[in-house]
Design a binder for this molecule. Structure first.
Ligand SMILES: [Zn+2]
Length: 303
């Protein structure tokens, strides 16, 4: 406990990234904080390279919740989510109650919530929205449900009307299953075209199709989580021929990190984006400022 938080952490280099861009910090739309018992089970999946992980994935940030919040602050993260996600019926409310209490004590933390295809979601989701929840998360790969499950229709309708953002992991990375892929989101958007969806991981590996959904739906956005890091690049690299479309989507791309469940320093999440300047002239400092700060600040109401 006496070890300084930055003992083996490149904090100064991390801060230098956003300072060089003239930003007041970064907004990170894709951060996880979970109840300790749930988190232990999730981390065990990563430690064993479980069937939905598929590779070695040594989690770097394993300190206590309090220490991890301090770490995010030291990196200059001014706003972050605490995305819970339900993998079966009956636990969303437990996760949501915990996430509410967690965010209540941390000014930078978004009040985050999840739901699952279950009859109760038609009640608890509108209730959360009315109470002021700020962001939702769904994970179809882990939860193994269809986005157009009839039990999700009322919750999505409430989200669509309220404009509440929802991060959805529905791309087929790292391992696809019958519940992942762009067609699932396309079907959902046909029914709820105004949903403020944030597609996790830029929809990896189906980047082109998810980009199309963002291009054709005013409120669909994409988060950068892990995509351009060296760790990710070997498996599902983002193709060069899509970079011009990433430039054009500059107002719809949000920085995300997946902290704490990442196998590299937070600095790498930021530098993986600044390196893009070398891949395309349009992915310049202005693009980076929008992705690291302005787009998130606007979506999440930070002005
Ligand atoms: Zn995540």
């Amino acid at each position: 406990m006496t070890r300084p938080l930055d003992a083996d952490e490149p904090v100064e280099e991390t801060v230098a990234v956003w300072r060089a861009l003239g930003l007041p910090g970064v907004v990170d739309v894709h951060v996880h904080f979970l109840p300790p018992n749930v988190q232990a089970k999730v981390w065990a999946q990563f430690d064993q390279a479980g069937p939905k992980i598929g590779r070695d994935w040594p989690i770097r940030y394993r300190r206590s919740h309090t220490e991890r919040v301090e770490q995010l602050r030291s990196f200059g993260v001014r706003r972050f989510s605490a995305l819970p996600y339900a993998h079966r019926p009956g636990i969303a409310t437990y996760l949501n109650d915990w996430a509410h209490d967690f965010a209540a004590g941390i000014p930078e933390c978004l009040w985050s919530a999840t739901f699952y295809p279950e009859p109760e979601a038609a009640t608890y989701v509108p209730g959360l929205i009315e109470d002021g929840v700020e962001i939702f998360k769904l994970h179809t790969q882990v939860g193994e449900f269809l986005l157009d499950d009839p039990l999700l229709d009322a919750p999505f309708g409430a989200l669509e009307d309220a404009g509440t953002p929802i991060v959805i992991h529905v791309g087929s990375g790292p391992i696809g299953n019958p519940f992942t892929g762009p067609d699932h989101l396309a079907r959902l958007l046909r029914r709820h075209p105004r949903l403020a969806v944030v597609v996790a991981h830029l929809g990896a590996p189906e980047y082109a199709d998810f980009l199309t959904l963002a291009e054709t739906h005013e409120h669909v956005r994409l988060d950068t989580t892990m995509v351009f890091t060296e760790f990710f690049d070997g498996d599902d690299p983002f193709p060069d021929d899509l970079l011009p479309r990433l430039v054009d989507a500059g107002d719809k791309v949000l920085f995300g990190s997946d902290f704490p469940t990442i196998p590299y320093p937070y600095l790498e999440a930021l530098e993986s984006l600044t390196r893009l300047r070398e891949r395309h002239p349009g992915l310049d400092d202005d693009w980076l400022r929008r992705v690291l700060w302005h787009n998130g600040a606007e979506l999440l109401g930070l002005g």
